[in-house]
Design a binder for this molecule. Sequence first.
Ligand code: ATP
Length: 242
Amino acid sequence: MRLEAKGLVLGGRLAGVDCTLESGAITAICGPNGAGKSSLLEALAGLLSLDGGTVELDGESIATLPPRERAMRLGYLPQEHEIAWDVPVRRLVELGRMPHGDRLAGPVDEALDALDITGLADRRAQSLSGGETVRVLLARVLAGKPRWILADEPLAALDIAHQLELLRHLRAEADRGTGVILVLHDLAHAMNHADRVIVLHEGRIAADGPPQEALSPERVAQCWRVAVKWIGEAGARALVAA
Ligand SMILES: Nc1ncnc2c1ncn2[C@@H]1O[C@H](COP(=O)(O)OP(=O)(O)OP(=O)(O)O)[C@@H](O)[C@H]1O
């Protein structure tokens, strides 16, 4: 399966972005504040009206896919992690089944378990902490069993144990053939857990490739304007000031 961006242009946000994303892998989108990461993710999810370019899902324009079909194939977690409805957590996660027209218990239970929120199932959604809220919203995405998971900063509000657990779960999803695309500010998570990193800078792709190439100290210096070096072993690298 393939998700393809062709010449995406959007105001001052995207200035001609081309990339082809393959399923069965974790792709991280990185870049400094305002680089266009959320805009690109939203465009890939088919949720933006573009000034130019197209997004195609397996050769079909995403703009013309019926919303229900799009929602079944593509699960999207926006950057604003807010819950508008004060319903019980389980009910909220069940909403992920809406495109399928069911409330199947299996995928809902699996999603609650994957995000370690089974114990919160009866809590009112608006009574949750920031990290719990993100986990509930992600569970809603997972409950829909989409073929693509697009998540904007899913790790930012999570403690280290839940970050690593979520990354393990997303790896398992990718191994099952799901396409996983994550906007990440934490470059070490991108280095250690992504198969591919797209670095955006001023609305353009500055690098696209394996993490160790796309996030080389030279590239980080060019795009983020900081001098850094990587320390540690492959799979457990940390980024420190040079
Ligand atoms: N709805 C909007 N209308 C106009 N400009 C916008 C809109 N949303 C974002 N922008 C601008 O587009 C640029 C890219 O924004 P975007 O949110 O995609 O960046 P980002 O890389 O995700 O940033 P951050 O790391 O700060 O979340 C920024 O300059 C931002 O101010």
